[in-house]
Design a protein around this ligand. Structure first.
Ligand SMILES: Cc1ncc(COP(=O)(O)O)c(CN[C@H](C(=O)O)[C@H](C)O)c1O
Length: 346
């Protein structure tokens, strides 16, 4: 029986078309700017999100790190959400490698940062204070249930940043999930950002890679930051080839992931001992709480693993499931029955 792995949308395996494209990719040395497949992917994504240029990087974490280190200097401060991936899950990289000070403000339930909180976090010019260098957003916002930030909100943050001489970086690991959920063109969600990092390896189901997009001068500088981090890759067309197939074949199917997540959330709401607001599940990420007396999230996750269902604990009493290219409707139904069985286990 196939294991149902809904720990993350990072677990997807490349499609047969991706594997074929990888094996047939036209290659060159990307450090010399000569890998034609990388150049095609970068051009394609820059055009898709309405930016001048783009740069292939190894991961979403590297994409965020390259952008923050390019925008900011040592001792600068970046304003970001207390639930943001860059603050929560990137091993403190911006501080460890960039000497950059994170200034967290609370993420709201809908994934946004309140404009008044951003304004209050911007440092006045005072020798005691770090200089504010950047505002970071995340769309969709992973730890806020995969919430999609609207174009109007994103534009409001961009205008606040501009009024204060600041740049905006958008962690767009799942930006296509946001665009599909909101029914807007992806460029509507990226137009106000000075840089955006987009994962090929999540909802787009490519095996590896992210792409950073921005102005040509920014990307030129980001290329140097990437090199400093050891991220200059040689025949990286083997990564880009799968990314191009992902852009051709995986954006339109994101609807299915969202429908599967909604189905899962609805089913979970009917299981006693678990708590979820199905209306809050708008993309492919499902968080729910274990409220059964005497049952921990860890125990439930372990019981599910014994039933060939993999989920992730994500905080006290919290579990996360993420739908993706490798999960279909039948897997959702199998997951729900495994959950019911695990809840009733002695
Ligand atoms: C919003 C966002 N931005 C960046 C990243 C980093 O991407 P990778 O470094 O894993 O490619 C992630 C990965 N998120 C992973 C996941 O959700 O399973 C884990 C938590 O790191 C992300 O969710």
């Amino acid at each position: 029986m196939k294991t149902i792995d809904v720990r993350s949308d990072t677990v997807t395996l490349p499609s047969p078309e991706m594997r074929q494209a990888i094996s047939q990719a036209e290659l060159g040395d990307d450090v010399f700017g000569e890998d034609p497949t990388v150049l095609r992917l970068e051009r394609r994504l820059a055009d898709l999100v309405g930016k001048e240029a783009a740069l292939l990087v190894a991961s979403g974490t590297m994409g965020n790190l390259v952008c923050v280190l390019t925008h900011c200097g040592r001792g600068d401060e970046v304003i970001l959400g207390d639930q943001s991936h860059t603050f929560y899950y990137e091993a403190g990289g911006i501080s460890a490698l960039g000497g950059i000070h994170p200034h967290t403000i609370p993420n709201q339930g809908d994934g946004t940062l309140r404009l008044e909180d951003i304004r209050a976090a911007i440092r006045p010019d005072n020798v005691h204070f770090p200089r504010t260098g950047l505002i970071c957003l995340e769309n969709t916002q992973n730890r806020c249930g995969g919430a999609a930030l609207s174009a109007e909100y994103s534009d409001a943050v961009a205008s606040l940043a501009r009024d204060n001489g600041l740049a905006v970086h958008l962690d767009g690991a799942r930006i296509f999930n946001a665009a599909v959920a909101l029914g807007v063109d992806v460029s509507m969600l990226t137009r106000g950002a000075d840089s955006v990092s987009i994962c090929l390896s999540k909802g787009l189901a490519a095996p590896v890679g992210s792409v950073v997009c921005g102005s040509q001068p920014f990307i030129d500088a980001a290329r140097r930051t990437r090199k400093i981090l050891g991220g200059g890759m040689r025949q990286a067309g083997i990564i880009a080839a799968a990314g191009l197939v992902a852009l051709d074949s995986m954006i339109d199917r994101i609807h299915d992931d969202h429908a599967n997540a909604a189905r899962l959330a609805k089913g979970i709401a009917e299981l006693s001992g678990l708590q979820i607001d199905p209306a809050g599940v708008r993309t492919n990420i499902v968080y729910f709480d274990v409220v059964r007396e005497g049952l921990s999230a860890e125990t439930l996750v372990s019981r599910l693993a014994q039933r060939d269902v993999k989920m992730l604990c994500s905080g006290p009493g919290r579990i996360r499931a993420v739908t993706h290219y490798g999960i279909d409707r039948n897997d959702i139904d199998r997951t729900l029955s495994a959950m019911a069985d695990a809840l009733d286990a002695p």
